[in-house]
Write a protein that binds this ligand. Sequence first.
Ligand code: ZN
Length: 98
Amino acid sequence: MSVYNQVCPACCSRLRIRSSEGQSPCFRTVYYECTSLVCGAKFSGSQTIDYELSPSGLEKPRLKLPLAPHAERMQAARFSQPDTDQIDLFDTEESSHA
Ligand SMILES: [Zn+2]
């Protein structure tokens, strides 16, 4: 599960995405709203897909992007590692039935 961590530039409260609009397969305009009722600021920004980290499994993908630079692929691999401090539900269930 992913958590959206963008914060309001005005007050540092969490932002929520109010809506977004696709401009192309790799570019969306995003409209944000601050979750603080006191602040209430609204913003627009963009979300892009720049590179492939691993290629599509499709025989003929609709779009083929350049492969990400090595350093970026390594960083993505580190971010996709499971959190080692988190309790594994299946380990817990197995030990309670033993
Ligand atoms: Zn705010």
